[in-house]
Design a protein around this ligand. Structure first.
Ligand code: PMP
Length: 403
């Protein structure tokens, strides 16, 4: 038996069509490039991969141990849709210890399959079809497609390069219409590395209050900021009660991307709605992953984690200064997160053309800035937290490519 459709039509009626909302959505450029790099590797090519947004380290052993013990002792069944009470309590401890927030684990927290699932649950909980959601350009590649999948309209608002990739208040206000439901943003930012100060968060908060909007605050990189830059949670700012959905996760900062784990902190009426969605969509997040993540969030970070973050700062410093020294390229140290956002406009090459040339001719994978939105053209995103060996070899190859 073959699964191939007799006459596969990309769209339209009949059993062989594909839904319009999927056809309208581009595939994830970051995942596509990482896949291309993997294919080259399988063909025996030694590719240095700076495209995927993950560090070279594996999850620290003490976290794996906790999950493994939970699994071996029979913690292998569905949990409450909202997540185990132990995991939610661990998340509440983390928020108190690291973020100055008091969350009620009973009513204000829900376990999610990473931040992407946190976003899915948030949008299904608060957005009606036809609603608009304001987002950053450039911004994380999955935001706009996710909004579209659920019948919403993404409204990208350019970040201003002269404000070091932040929103200008007038421009943000001008994007609000009577269909706007929420502002979605990310700090520390993927791809630009910007970390919002309390005053900048207050600007976003002001706009949200003036127009009675929700704010979805993606804080997946919050545990890694560099130099004097400190992460502040939007939800801790004055007069933000009742409208902020905070998303956090372990994919990036604990090298736990394969675990698919995070949480959302939101007002009780939103958590209740998210919980209803989770009950039907997925039942619950994995039981033993929650047990491992409870240790990763609940306990003070151990040296395996803090030592890794310290080394990441050094790798980001090294990589961005090397990039900055390439002809036609300028790249600042990120304020937070682990990407170099390299300005390549002076090379005269487009971001896709250069990314393709780097991969095909020099076997270095990077993400073209255009993948993050129209305003990303002229930039490349380069993950700086690969092994020292990869960083050095990748720099050598990029020097060759841009000589
Ligand atoms: N938000 C941002 C800004 C990201 O960069 C990523 C991962 N690239 C995600 C969300 C997805 O996170 P998770 O793996 O927790 O779903």
């Amino acid at each position: 038996m073959t699964q191939r459709a007799p006459e596969a039509t990309p769209a339209g009626a009949g059993p062989h069509g594909i839904a319009q909302r999927i056809l309208e959505s581009p595939s994830s450029a970051t995942v596509r490039i990482a896949d291309m790099a993997k294919t080259l590797r399988r063909q025996g090519v030694n590719v240095v991969d700076f495209s995927a947004g993950r560090a070279s380290e594996h999850t620290p052993k003490y976290i794996c141990q906790a999950a493994s013990e939970a699994m071996m002792s029979g913690d292998t069944h569905q949990t409450m849709a909202q997540g185990t009470p132990e995991y939610r309590q661990a998340c509440a401890r983390k928020l108190r210890r690291e973020n100055n927030m008091e969350a009620d684990p009973e009513t204000e927290l829900i376990a999610t399959f990473g931040c992407k699932n946190g976003l899915t649950l948030s949008l299904l909980a608060i957005m009606n079809p036809g609603d608009e959601v304001i987002l950053e350009d450039p911004g994380f590649v999955s935001y706009a497609p996710t909004i579209q999948f659920f019948g919403g309209t993404p409204v990208p608002v350019p970040l201003e390069p002269d404000l070091n990739h932040r929103w200008r208040e007038e421009r943000l206000r001008a994007a609000v219409t009577d269909r706007t439901r929420a502002i979605l943003f990310c700090s520390p930012h993927n791809p630009t590395g910007t970390v919002h100060t309390p005053e900048e968060l207050d600007m976003i908060g002001r706009v949200a209050r003036d127009h009675d909007l929700y704010v979805i605050s993606d804080e997946i990189y919050e545990r890694v900021t560099w130099g004097d830059h400190k992460h502040t949670c939007l939800a801790t700012r004055p007069d933000m009660e009742g409208r902020v959905i905070t998303l956090m996760g372990l994919t990036k900062t604990a090298s736990m991307g394969g675990w698919r784990i995070g949480f959302a902190y939101a007002p009780p009426h939103v958590i209740e709605a998210m919980n209803t969605v989770q009950q039907h969509l997925t039942t619950c997040v994995g039981s033993f992953t929650q047990a491992g993540a409870a240790v990763a969030f609940g306990e003070e970070p151990k040296p395996e984690l803090t030592g890794m973050w310290k080394d990441w700062a050094e790798r980001c410093e090294y990589m961005t200064s090397e990039l900055n020294a390439l002809p036609g390229v300028s790249c600042a140290m990120p304020e937070g997160g682990f990407y170099g956002w390299a300005d390549i406009r002076e090379t005269g090459e487009g971001s896709e053309a250069l990314a393709e040339r780097l991969l095909k001719d020099h076997h270095v994978a990077v993400v073209p800035g255009s993948a993050f939105g129209g305003q990303g053209e002229g930039f490349l995103r380069i993950t700086c937290v690969k092994s020292w060996e990869d960083l050095k070899e990748g720099v050598r190859r990029m020097k060759e490519a841009l000589a």
